[in-house]
Design a protein around this ligand. Structure first.
Ligand code: BGC
Length: 731
C-alpha cells in the first residue's frame, strides 16, 4: 500500500471514530427522557400534513421532549428553534428539521409522475438538487422524499407522487433523486438527507382507496414493490419512512418482517426508520394493538427509531421500560441511529449551517432554478396524439383558449408543492398570449373543473367559432390527486368532456392540454381532440413550458411511466402483466374462453412508454452480438435509430425482455434498459444494450434471485407496444 493511501485511510478511520465517539459520548451522558426526546418528531403549526394538528413546540424543545421537528419552512423560525435546542437544553443536541420537499421547495418542478415521464435521469437529479439547495437554505435538513411506491391503480391519488407502474424505471428515478438530494457529502449545507417512503407496498391499497388494506404475496412484494427501495438504499439513502398500510395483516409501523427481516437483516440498513404521521397510534384502529403502549412496544421492537406525531414513545417508553416491556438496548439502538444522522449532517459542528436568510433570498426561485423548472417541465410533457401534425402551432393564428384550467396558477403546482408560490406561476393562457399576442388569443372558461354547470358552454362555443384553432385546457385540480385524494372515476371530472363535445361541433381543430395527477380514461376525448398534450401538473414554469411545446420551441420527448387505460374497468392494467393460460390470440375470430372482456378490448388506450414527437424515428432491426450465452455471460443488442423527420428531437429507446419459461411465470415484457438520445434531423445513432445477469435475474420458485437457462424474447422500441423483436437463449 502506498503512503498516500495509508494516510487517507488513517484519516478516514479517524474521522469515523471521531463520529462514533461523539455519538457514544453523548449517549453515555443522556438521561432516559433525553433519549426519548431524540426519538420524537413533531409537526410545527406552520403546515398541517396529517390528522393531528401541530403547535409551536418551543416548550417541548426546551424541555428536551422533542428532538426533531418538521413543517417549519423558514430559516428565521428554524434558527429560533435550533437556538432553543442548542442553547437551552442540557446537552445542546441540535434538532433535525424535516419537510416534504417532493418536487421542489420554492421553485416547483413537475409532480413526480411528470418527472418520471421525462425518462431523463439527469433532469430528475437536477430537480432534486435544486430542491435541496433551496430547502437547505431555509434550514431544512431532511426531506421526506423520494416516494418510491410502485402504483398501478390510477384511482389512488398518490400515484401522482411516484414513478408509476414499472420497477426498473422507478429504481432509476429513485437513485437519481437520492443523488440529487444528498449529493456526495451530507454535511454539505447545500444538500439534505433523503427519506425513501413508504415502506412498504403502500401503492397497492385495495381499490385505490388511500390508506386501505394491502394484501399481496411476498413474491410480488420482493419482485415488484421492494426493488426501488433497495435501489435508493444502494444510492446511499439514509432514512426510510414506514407506510400506513398493513402487510400480511400487520401494520407496517410494527411489522418486524418488513422492518427487521428485510430492511435491517437482509439489506443491512443502518439509517433512521421514521414512522409516517401518527401511524403508531393508528395501529389501534387497525386492530393490531390494544392501546398506545402496546403499539409503542410493537413499533420499537420492529425497529422504528422515530415516532412521527403519535407521541407514543414520548408518553409510553419510560413506563414501558420500567415494566420491562421494552429494553434500554432497543432505545439506545434507535437513539444512536438518530444521533448518527445528525452527525452526518454536520449539525454537531455547526447546528445553523442549513439556515441562512441571505441564501434564502438569493437562491429561492433563482433565475437558473426557474430556467431548469421550465426546461424540465418541457421534458416531462407527453404528446399523446397529433393528427395531421396539428402541432406545433404557428404563431399569428387566432387561438381560442377554452377550459377551466386555462387560467389556473395553483393547479400547475400540483400536490405537495412545499413553499411553491402560485403568484409566480404563468398560466397556460398567459403563456400563450405572451407568444401569440393578446389580440390573437381569446379566452372562455366554458365550465368549472368539477361542477355540472353548463351555462358557460354557449360563450365558449362563440369564442371557438371566431378562431382558427382551439386550445382546451382541461383536467383535474391539484387537490384531486396526492394524499387522501382517491377517485372512483378516472374520467375528466364535471362536464369537461361535454364541453369538448360542444366545441367539437364547431369543426375547429382542437388541441387538448391536460393538467392532471393520474392516468385518465380518455377514450372519448381522444375521439374528439386532434392533438393531446399530457402536461401533468408541471410546476412553477409549467405554463410557459406548455407554450414552448405547443409552439414547437421544445420538441416533446416525454413517455408515459404508467399505462393509460381505456376505461376504469381494465384496472389494474400495466404492460408487464402475465400471459395467463388463455391469452387473447391477436386475430382470434371466436375469442370465447380467452382471457378478455366482452365489452372492452384488453389493450390500453396509451401503453406504457408511449409518447410522440414532432419528428419521426425509425428503428432498424436488432443486431445481437450472440444469440446464445452461458448464465454468467453477457450479450449486446443494438439498434440504429434514425431521425427521419425534419426537426431535431429526443427519443427514449426502450429495451424489454421476456423470459419464456421459468420456474415461476414471468411477465410478457419487462423493461430492462432505456437510453434517451438526441438526434438532429436526418441523423442516426446506434444504441447498444448489454444483457446479462443484472437484466435477467429474477425471484425464482425457491425465492432466491438468479438467472435460469432457457429462451428469451428481446424487444427494443419506442414504447412497450411498438417494438422490434429478436430472441436469444442461455445454456
Ligand atoms: C404522508 C407522508 C408525509 C408525512 C409528513 C403523511 O401524511 O403520508 O408522505 O411525509 O405526512 O408530512
Amino acid at each position: 500500500m502506498n503512503i498516500k493511501i495509508c494516510i487517507s485511510l488513517l484519516i478516514a478511520v479517524a474521522g469515523l471514530s471521531a463520529h462514533a465517539d461523539k455519538v457514544e459520548s453523548l449517549l453515555a451522558q443522556m438521561t432516559l427522557e433525553e433519549k426519548i426526546g431524540q426519538l420524537t418528531l413533531l409537526s410545527s403549526k406552520w403546515e398541517i400534513t396529517g390528522p393531528v394538528a401541530g403547535k409551536s413546540y418551543v416548550d417541548e424543545v426546551r424541555s428536551g421532549q422533542c428532538g426533531n421537528i418538521f413543517n417549519v419552512p423558514k430559516a428565521e423560525y428554524v434558527r429560533q428553534l435550533q437556538k432553543t435546542a442548542v442553547e437551552e437544553t442540557r446537552l445542546g443536541i441540535p434538532l433535525l428539521f424535516g419537510y416534504d420537499v417532493i418536487h421542489g421547495y420554492k421553485t416547483i418542478f413537475p409532480i413526480p409522475l411528470g418527472l418520471a415521464s421525462s425518462w431523463d435521469m439527469d433532469a430528475v437529479e437536477r430537480s432534486a438538487r435544486i430542491a435541496a439547495v433551496e430547502a437547505a437554505a431555509s434550514g431544512i435538513t431532511w426531506t421526506f422524499a423520494p416516494m418510491v411506491d410502485i402504483a398501478r391503480d390510477p384511482r389512488w391519488g398518490r400515484i401522482a407522487e411516484g414513478t408509476g407502474e414499472d420497477t426498473y424505471l422507478s429504481c432509476e428515478v429513485a437513485k437519481a433523486n437520492v443523488r440529487g438530494f444528498q449529493g456526495n457529502d451530507l454535511s454539505d449545507p447545500f444538500t439534505v438527507a433523503a427519506c425513501m417512503k413508504h415502506f412498504a407496498a403502500y401503492g397497492a391499497a385495495q381499490a385505490g382507496r388511500d390508506y386501505h388494506t394491502v394484501d399481496m404475496s411476498e413474491r410480488m412484494l420482493r419482485d415488484t414493490y421492494l426493488p426501488p427501495f433497495k435501489a435508493a438504499l444502494d444510492a446511499g439513502c439514509v432514512s426510510v419512512m414506514t407506510s400506513f398500510n398493513e402487510f400480511n395483516g400487520v401494520p407496517a409501523s410494527g411489522n418486524p418482517f418488513l422492518l427487521k427481516t428485510i430492511l435491517r437483516d437482509e439489506w443491512k440498513f443502518d439509517g433512521v426508520v421514521v414512522t409516517d404521521y401518527n401511524s403508531i397510534n393508528e395501529m389501534i384502529a387497525h386492530g393490531s394493538a390494544a392501546d398506545q403502549a402496546d403499539a409503542a412496544v410493537q413499533a420499537l421492537a420492529a425497529g422504528v427509531d422515530m415516532d412521527m406525531m403519535s407521541s407514543a414513545y414520548l408518553k409510553q417508553l419510560k413506563r414501558l421500560l420500567a415494566e420491562g416491556r421494552v429494553t434500554i438496548e432497543q432505545i439506545d439502538r434507535s437513539v444512536r441511529n438518530v444521533l448518527r444522522l445528525k452527525e452526518k449532517l454536520g449539525l454537531f459542528d455547526n447546528p445553523y449551517r442549513y439556515c441562512d436568510e441571505q441564501r434564502e433570498r438569493n437562491l429561492h426561485c433563482a433565475a437558473p432554478h426557474l430556467k431548469a423548472s421550465r426546461e424540465i417541465a418541457g421534458k416531462s410533457m407527453v404528446l399523446l396524439k397529433n393528427e395531421k401534425n396539428l402541432l406545433p402551432m404557428k404563431t399569428g393564428k387566432r387561438i381560442a383558449v377554452i377550459g377551466p384550467l386555462a387560467k389556473a396558477q395553483k393547479d400547475l403546482l400540483g400536490t405537495w408543492c412545499a413553499r411553491g408560490d402560485k403568484e409566480m406561476v404563468t398560466s397556460v393562457l398567459d403563456a400563450l398570449i405572451q407568444v401569440n399576442g393578446s389580440n390573437r388569443v381569446e379566452f372562455s372558461e366554458g365550465c368549472g373543473v368539477t361542477n355540472n354547470d353548463i351555462t358557460g358552454f354557449a360563450g365558449a362555443v362563440a369564442v371557438a367559432r371566431k378562431s382558427d384553432l382551439v386550445v382546451m385546457v382541461l383536467g383535474e385540480t391539484a387537490g384531486m390527486s396526492g394524499e387522501a385524494a382517491s377517485r372512483t372515476s378516472i374520467n375528466l371530472p364535471g362536464v369537461q368532456t361535454e364541453l369538448l363535445r360542444e366545441i367539437k361541433k364547431t369543426g375547429k381543430p382542437i388541441v387538448l392540454v391536460l393538467l392532471n395527477g393520474r392516468p385518465l380514461a380518455l377514450e372519448q376525448e381522444a375521439g374528439m381532440a386532434d392533438a393531446i398534450l399530457e402536461a401533468w401538473h408541471p410546476g412553477t414554469e409549467g405554463g410557459k413550458a406548455a407554450a414552448d411545446v405547443l409552439f414547437g420551441k421544445i420538441n416533446p420527448s416525454g413517455k408515459l411511466p404508467v399505462t393509460f387505460p381505456r376505461n376504469l374497468g381494465q384496472v389494474p392494467i400495466h404492460y408487464n402483466m402475465k400471459n395467463t393460460g388463455r391469452p387473447l390470440a391477436p386475430a382470434a375470430d371466436k375469442p370465447k374462453f380467452q382471457s378478455r372482456y366482452i365489452d372492452s378490448p384488453n389493450d390500453p388506450l396509451y401503453p406504457f412508454g408511449f409518447g410522440l414527437s414532432y419528428t419521426d424515428f425509425q428503428y432498424s432491426e436488432i443486431t445481437l452480438s450472440k444469440s446464445e450465452i452461458k448464465p454468467d455471460e453477457t450479450l449486446t443488442a443494438s439498434v440504429t435509430v434514425s431521425n427521419t423527420g425534419k426537426i431535431d428531437g429526443e427519443e427514449v429507446v426502450q429495451m424489454y425482455i421476456r423470459d419464456l419459461v421459468g420456474s415461476v411465470t414471468r411477465p410478457v415484457k419487462e423493461l430492462k434498459g432505456f437510453n434517451k438520445i438526441f438526434l438532429k434531423a436526418g441523423e442516426s445513432q446506434t444504441v447498444t444494450f448489454s444483457i446479462g445477469e443484472k437484466e435477467l435475474t429474477f425471484l425464482r420458485r425457491d425465492m432466491t434471485w438468479g438467472v435460469e437457462p432457457g429462451y428469451f424474447d428481446l424487444f427494443i422500441g419506442t414504447n412497450s407496444r411498438d417494438v422490434q423483436s429478436s430472441s436469444f437463449s442461455i445454456h
